[in-house]
Design a protein around this ligand. Structure first.
Ligand code: FES
Length: 274
């Protein structure tokens, strides 16, 4: 996979100042397993989310007001009646445009520029490098200093957008406490929606940019005890950011899949009240 050393002289691990090691790695363990599993997991999510975002079916449960996060907020006249919690300022949309088009670019931007996901897909898809102590196949390295990767530096702005999206998802989850025919209702769908939104908040708050927002640019923590306490809590979550990144991919799929099954009539929602 890597270019022969002779073609790559003066670049990367074959630079003049580096030890002249001609094999790609001395590692004998299964270093390829982690990037492989990451590639499979991320690909599965992207395929599922792309298909579901475009199909325009089974995304709203009228009886209980369940709306899948992939279609929230639904702001066009193409949305099924009742699913537009914030009105329909946009006209009918052609099938080529997903109904969640307003927030999808921001959600995609937030996840793609996430510090954890960057590590994951740089290793798994670009082999840059595929693992510690394994030479990358690329002859040149410019880091995140040029287009398109310089956009990674906009992560903090995607973080602010993600906070707004999480607020919208929270609103969706709260309005879903709805009984058939009106009034308060509570079912398994509510447990899934609330669980998903709580974990989305945890993932968002555990973001490295949030850690900087809460505790960055301070000269003395002692002069800012409140920010210090918040930063301490955010830092604890931040240590598990990778886990939350994967867990929320799972809860997003679970939430959408459950709503799809209920909306299509494949299963009935398990109701506790209403
Ligand atoms: Fe992962 Fe910000 S969301 S670092």
């Amino acid at each position: 996979m890597s270019a022969p050393a002779t073609e790559r002289e003066k670049t990367g691990v074959f630079s003049p100042g580096r030890a002249r090691i001609l094999v790609r790695t001395f590692r004998r363990d299964r270093w390829w397993l982690s990037p492989l599993l990451t590639a499979v997991g991320l690909s599965a999510f992207v395929i599922y989310a792309t298909i579901r975002s475009f199909v325009r079916t089974a995304y709203w449960v009228e009886d209980y007001h369940y709306l899948t996060p992939f279609y929230s907020p639904c702001l066009s006249e193409s949305c099924v009646p009742g699913s537009s919690h914030f009105g329909t300022p946009f006209p009918e949309l052609p099938m080529i445009i997903p109904l969640g088009f307003v927030v999808l670019p921001f959600l995609l931007g937030f996840r793609l520029t996430c510090y954890y996901y960057r590590k994951a897909y740089y290793r798994s898809f670009w082999f840059s490098p595929p693992a510690c102590a394994v030479a990358e196949p690329h002859a040149k390295y410019s880091g995140e200093t040029k287009l398109p990767l310089i956009i990674q530096n906009a992560h903090r702005y995607f973080f602010y957008a993600a906070v707004i999206v999480s607020l919208i998802n929270t609103y969706d989850a709260l309005t879903a406490f709805h009984a058939k025919g009106g009034g308060f209702g509570f079912g398994l769908g509510n447990v899934i929606l609330i669980g998903n939104v709580v974990l989305l908040w945890v993932y968002t708050i555990s973001c490295h940019s949030c850690r900087h927002v809460t505790g960055g640019r301070l000269k003395h923590f002692s002069a800012h005890p409140v920010r210090y306490r918040i930063w301490t809590q955010v830092s604890k979550l931040n240590a598990r950011h990778m886990q939350f990144a994967w867990i929320t991919l799972g809860t997003l799929v679970l939430t959408d899949f459950y709503i799809m099954l209920v909306s299509s009539g494949t299963i009935s929602d398990l109701r506790f009240i209403g």
